[in-house]
Design a protein. Structure first.
Length: 254
């Protein structure tokens, strides 16, 4: 099993924090897609960490891109393209992960239980109780032909959905929105995809979201995966991670 993410220049420090937090507990392989400039930044931040593979993306987007921006949405779907490539060229299962995730413990035991003792194709972190049912920020993917075909059709379907937002500044139709429309809401255009895969949610006692963990401080003491979402912008994300001792990259001026 391998963790999979994508980063850009300006976001590599957040990505490095995710990797450093994981390495406190686990040497699970991590695959990062980014361009050459971001690769140099990331290598500087992660130093000699083991089991990190960096691959070049053909995406030209740079800098930190906030939720809802055109570039944010483009990166979401580009990441799916790279995921398809990885699924087609390996036998490994993947966990797609956002760079603003931090680890408070070793997630591999729980992930291996899902892999070996369940028949789920997908297992997602959830943004409930106030957000969407499915969050793509921490997302187990079983590598099989069903999931590969699902993602190929997912990208085709995304084009028709995104047509409606071409002139809107703050975009809402990204990969997570579309996943919820297909799997949770059983959208008519996505019913074929809905029938292709079996899915479930991680318990928030294992993988939690930013509303529960930071905004309302509803914690259980057993969380191993903490997604610092429900806030926009690198500065506030760093502040929140620091407040829970989940920031490993030093102070801003270091």
């Amino acid at each position: 099993m391998k963790l999979f993410t994508m980063t850009t220049t300006g976001n590599t420090r957040m990505c490095a924090n995710m990797i450093h937090s994981l390495r406190q507990f686990s040497d699970t392989p991590v695959l990062v897609y980014c361009d050459d400039e971001a690769k140099l930044e990331l290598e500087n931040y992660i130093g000699n960490e083991n089991n990190i593979e960096i691959k070049e993306t053909n995406c030209g987007i740079k800098n930190y891109n906030e939720y809802g921006s055109d570039n944010f949405v483009e990166l979401c779907f580009k990441r799916i393209e790279h995921l398809i490539t990885e699924l087609e060229n390996s036998n490994e299962d993947f966990v797609m992960i956002d760079t603003d995730v931090a680890f408070a413990g070793d997630p591999t035991g729980h992930l291996e239980l899902v892999q070996k003792l369940s028949d789920y194709d997908f297992v997602f972190q959830t943004d409930q109780p106030v957000g969407s049912t499915i969050c793509n920020g921490f997302f187990y993917i079983r590598n099989n032909q069903k999931t590969i075909e699902f993602f190929k059709k997912f990208l085709i379907l995304s084009k028709s959905f995104r047509e409606n937002e071409k002139t809107i500044k703050n975009k809402e139709i990204h990969d997570q929105y579309l996943m919820n429309q297909i799997l949770v809401n059983n959208h008519p255009q996505g019913r074929e995809l809905n029938s292709m895969v079996k899915w479930s949610l991680f318990p928030v006692t294992f993988a939690t979201n930013g509303h529960l963990y930071f905004s309302v401080n509803e914690t259980f003491g057993s969380e191993l995966v903490v997604h610092c979402n429900f806030c926009v912008g690198e500065k506030i994300k760093i502040e929140r991670l620091k407040s829970k001792n989940l920031w490993f990259m030093g102070d801003d001026d270091e």
